[in-house]
Write a protein that binds this ligand. Structure first.
Ligand code: OSB
Ligand code: MG
Length: 369
């Protein structure tokens, strides 16, 4: 895959609505759109997913920039790629920094699919023509606000509703939600806000018939999660704790979870995400695709990944309009009856809206290989 040039664009976009987790509220998103060019006029696109502050993981927009510019692009200069899977090996000497790696690897996957004139989903080995999706709802000012928001998205057809929880906004709130939505598939995401001391409060959730509870305990834990899962009826899903295939192997061995949320950025790219889904398939661990409030390019990558067979549960890939007044792709991602039609054009399958992209760009850098 001959790459002749890499462009890094730093983008700033305002979210339609503030998004609140157990850690705080986000109102705008900053990230990089990566672009790799070959000699035949093909362009591959990727998107970085780290936030401006390291609340979710240790990476930030700034560290993504530093690692891409000073290390990863240098390594792409010195190594020849025959297949996008080679990027994993080329980046291996650089420890972690998975979101930085993924932002470049994703662009190389898109370029590869375009060079071969096949959709990215097909390049990855995915077969679904449409994918089921759910939606993640942030912590709301009141239970009433939450109920109204859920009602809105249930009526839009989303296949499951994820509700952010934290100590003080959990059992009582979810009980009220369950009362109003007795049949709706509901799950909760704690973003690591609890410890084993909260075990009694967490066990109360068992009576609410939740699909799963996501990352209840520490961001770097798989041992306490195993202890919790042993006494909890509700399936545990890991998010923050999983950064690699090795992490998944260990979590399965310890029985720390029965479901895994795969985020491409968190695991260092599409190749690693694919390997994780393969291992989960072997061990009958259900998988779904998580989200990081992506703009259109990252969203398109999530859609392509979700076409792989072990993505059996609806993910967090909602439509563009749930996040943005205007997205950076054409057409925007739309959801009908809780499903997204997988694009059949080459690569990510969406055009870049150059005008929108320019309007949101704060800085652009070019690296010639
Ligand atoms: O924990 O899954 C998470 C958003 C930002 C950071 C972490 C998470 C989330 C979400 C929303 O739950 C996912 C999305 O809608 O993109
Ligand atoms: Mg999560």
């Amino acid at each position: 895959i001959p790459v002749k040039q890499i462009k890094l664009r730093r983008i700033k976009m305002m979210l339609n609505d503030p998004f609140t987790t157990s850690f705080g509220t986000m109102q705008e998103k900053e990230f990089f759109i990566t672009e790799v060019l070959d000699n035949d006029g093909n362009h591959g696109f990727g998107e970085s997913v780290a936030f401006t502050s390291p609340w979710y993981s240790e990476e930030t927009v700034e560290t993504n920039h530093h690692i891409m510019k000073d290390f990863l692009i240098q390594r792409l200069r010195k190594n020849i790629l025959h297949h996008p899977d080679d990027v994993l090996e080329v980046f291996k000497p650089i420890k972690r920094n998975n979101m930085a790696k993924s932002a470049l690897e994703g662009a190389i996957w898109d370029l590869y699919a375009k060079q071969n004139q096949i959709p990215l989903a097909e390049a990855l080995g995915g077969t679904k023509k449409e994918i089921d999706v759910g939606i993640s709802i942030g912590i709301q000012p009141s239970v009433n606000d939450l109920l109204q928001t859920i009602d809105h998205y249930v009526k839009e057809g989303y296949k499951r509703i994820k509700i952010k929880i934290k100590p003080g906004w959990d059992y009582d709130v979810l009980k009220e939600v369950r009362k109003h939505f007795p049949e709706t598939p509901i799950m909760a995401d704690a973003n690591s806000a609890y410890t084993l001391k909260d075990i009694d409060q967490l066990k109360k959730l068992d009576e609410l018939d939740l699909m799963m509870i996501e990352q209840p305990l520490a961001h770097n834990d798989i041992v306490d999660h195993a202890k919790l899962q042993a006494t909890l009826g509700t399936p545990i899903c890991l998010d923050e704790s999983i950064h690699s295939l090795e992490d998944v192997r260990k979590a399965i061995e310890l029985k720390s979870c029965s479901i895994i949320n795969i985020k491409i950025g968190r695991v260092g790219g599409l190749s690693e995400a694919k390997r994780i889904q393969d291992l989960c398939q072997k061990h009958d661990i259900d998988v779904w695709c998580g989200g990081m409030l992506e703009a259109g390019v990252g969203r398109a990558h999530n859609i392509a990944l979700t076409t792989l067979p072990q993505f059996v549960l609806p993910g967090d890939t909602a439509g563009s309009s749930r996040y943005w007044k205007k997205d950076i792709i054409k057409p925007e991602v739309t959801v009908h009856d809780g499903m997204i039609a997988v694009p059949d054009k080459p690569g990510i399958g969406y055009e870049i809206d150059d005008e929108a992209l320019d309007a949101f760009t704060v800085k652009e850098e070019i690296f010639n290989l």
